[in-house]
Write a protein that binds this ligand. Structure first.
Ligand code: MCA
Ligand code: AMP
Length: 517
């Protein structure tokens, strides 16, 4: 079979009655908006035609930093359709961060919010980008104005399974962010597996409340709905009350653990409120067993936890129903991320890459059609992250039990996952170390009731200087995305070190463990 463009596969799943509602949302002015499948088809064709008219070189990147809207999703679909490479950027990123991504990816097209055009276009034009468009969350901006002049029919560009569809930047423990290159084949194969594994069926309606610049909201959620021809109830921002209000009209919800914690704080979350729901899925960060159990008690539903990465999309999942592939096991077990998905190979090895027996803790390595093609323009980094026999090193530490359930018990990478966003201490430490009066610093993750984990900074002053924690945090806020800012900053006289002189972050973590208890 000739491989299709991912868009073509998603389009083929649209219902035959294109006038049905595909997406329902509330506009910024409070008005309810309904988009039919035909609207998605036409709007993505117009933007794809606009992109095609720019005569961009093959493989051009389209970098997008806009607020969540249905049109932003359509822009993603249009980029696939036109055969270019989508590069989503978190709206929290500040100019220094955007400068790096745009400089590294050299996108041919940049799309930003109308309010950011001044500074974003300056960065983009300096980096050699030819086209900068704007897109507001209220359907304003030059992208839609220009697209309106183009036809509402477009023949999707032919793309092979190995052709790039998207680049997702993911931070590294050392150095700057790396662009994970995902292909049409990676995304489509994973989407098909999930549609089947999670039992998507006619009549499903998805509540979409996640941001669309990362794997969870952009790929897992959107592809699941579109590939099933399912309606989405689309929320520009997560609001627990709005999610509760939508549940009687929906069947599936996906969220990071913080979303479940915030929903549990709503007295209206009851069995009755969740009665129409078929499935609650969690991932991106560890789901505490307390949250898992409380959810069962309050709603009668057992959350299905799964595990994935930007480099691999989804890797493992708890079962949706009794699954012959796992000896008929149907139990969704809290504190585990379930079984490797069909087609995914997963092994646990020691530091010398030797496979470990069942139950032993080690490094998780994976293989499969979902595993990315490599890091953008970083062949050495790519080589470092794969073993000689072709397995990708996830940097996660875990174990597989005798029944085959995988658990993540830690990370070998120095990473904090806060409210589902990744924060790399190395990046924050180097920003702190540049500030006046700072000699050195260490950033560690500590438990937090809302975000699961948050960063805490410990700073050592230069001789004679008296930096203050609050001032350091204020200075960081001007440079870095808000979710990366440590929630507290302490000035200390020294950092605990081992005999090799390495900072003992485990001791700092223990010291501040109860800070937010
Ligand atoms: C906001 N703040 C945060 C976070 N979000 N701080 C730490 N961690 C965060 N995640 C800051 C804000 O800047 C603000 O600080 C203060 O916290 C309060 O903001 P609040 O209004 O409560 O935040 P919010 O706008 O309600 O956002 C919280 C959120 C959001 C809804 C949980 O963070 C979110 O949507 N997270 C989902 C992330 C996600 O989709 N991850 C998937 C990655 P100040 O007042 O000082 O400015 S994909 C992935 O990981 C893999 C592949 C996978 O397996 O899925
Ligand atoms: P990202 O770089 O944003 O793709 O984040 C990927 C990382 O999120 C993984 O390597 C894991 O460390 C973490 N992660 C994703 N899902 C889970 C989960 N269900 N439990 C624990 N960690 C998770």
């Amino acid at each position: 079979m000739t491989f299709q463009n991912l868009f073509t596969a998603l389009r083929a799943a649209f219902p035959s009655d294109l006038d049905q509602t595909a997406v329902e949302t509330t506009a910024p002015d409070g008005q309810t908006l309904r988009y039919s499948w035909r609207d998605l088809e036409h709007a993505s064709a117009r933007i794809a035609n606009l992109l095609a008219s720019l005569q961009l070189p093959e493989g051009s990147r389209v970098a997008v930093q806009v607020e969540k809207s249905v049109e932003a999703m359509v822009l993603y679909l249009a980029t696939l359709r036109a055969g270019y490479v989508f590069l989503p950027l978190n709206t929290a990123y500040q100019s220094g961060e955007i400068e790096y991504f745009v400089g590294n990816a050299e996108p041919a097209v940049v799309v930003c919010t109308p309010g950011n055009f001044g500074w974003v276009s300056k960065i983009a034009f300096t980096a050699g980008t030819q086209h900068v468009f704007t897109l507001g969350d209220d359907r304003t901006g030059s992208l839609l104005e220009r697209a309106a002049h183009h036809a509402a029919e477009h023949v999707p560009a032919v793309r092979g399974a190995d052709d790039l569809a998207a680049i997702l930047y993911t931070s590294g423990t050392t150095g700057r962010s790396k662009g994970a290159m995902l292909t049409h084949g990676n995304l489509l194969s994973n989407a098909r597996v999930l549609q089947d594994y999670w039992g998507f069926e006619p009549g499903d309606v998805l509540i979409h409340a996640l941001p669309i610049f990362h794997v969870h909201g952009l790929f897992v959620a959107i592809h699941a709905a579109l590939l099933n021809g399912s309606k989405m109830i689309w929320m520009a921002k997560f609001d627990p009350k709005a999610v509760l209000a939508a549940m009687p009209r929906a069947t599936v919800f996906m969220g990071v653990p913080t979303l479940y914690v915030r929903l549990l704080a709503e007295p209206g979350l009851t069995k009755e409120a969740a009665k129409n729901m078929r499935l609650f899925i969690a991932g991106s960060a560890p789901l505490l067993i307390e949250t898992f159990t409380a959810w069962q008690q309050r709603t009668g539903h057992t959350i299905l936890e799964r595990y994935g990465m930007s480099e691999t999309i989804m890797l493992t999942s708890n079962p949706y129903s009794a699954d012959a592939r796992h000896g008929g096991q149907s139990e969704r077990r809290g504190s585990t991320v379930g079984f490797p998905l069909p087609g995914v190979g997963l092994r646990v090895v020691d530091d010398a890459n030797r496979a470990l027996p069942v139950g032993e803790i080690g490094n998780i390595q994976v293989q499969g059609p979902n595993v990315f093609k490599g890091y953008w323009r970083m062949p050495e980094k790519t080589a470092e992250e794969f073993t000689a026999d072709g397995w990708f090193k996830t940097g996660d530490v875990g174990q597989v039990d005798e029944r085959g359930y995988v658990s993540i018990v830690g990370r070998s990478k120095d990473l904090i996952i806060s409210g589902g966003y990744n924060v790399y201490p190395a990046e924050i430490e180097s920003a702190i170390n540049e500030l006046p009066g700072v000699a050195e610093s260490a950033v560690v993750g500590v438990p937090h009731p809302d975000f699961g984990e948050v960063g805490v900074a410990v700073v050592i002053a230069r001789p004679g200087a008296q930096p203050e924690g609050e001032a350091i945090l204020a200075a960081l806020k001007a440079q870095l995305a808000n979710f990366k800012i440590p929630k507290r900053c302490f000035v200390a006289t020294e950092l605990p070190r081992n005999a090799m002189g390495k900072v003992q972050k485990n001791l700092l973590r223990a010291q501040y463990e109860k800070l937010f208890a």
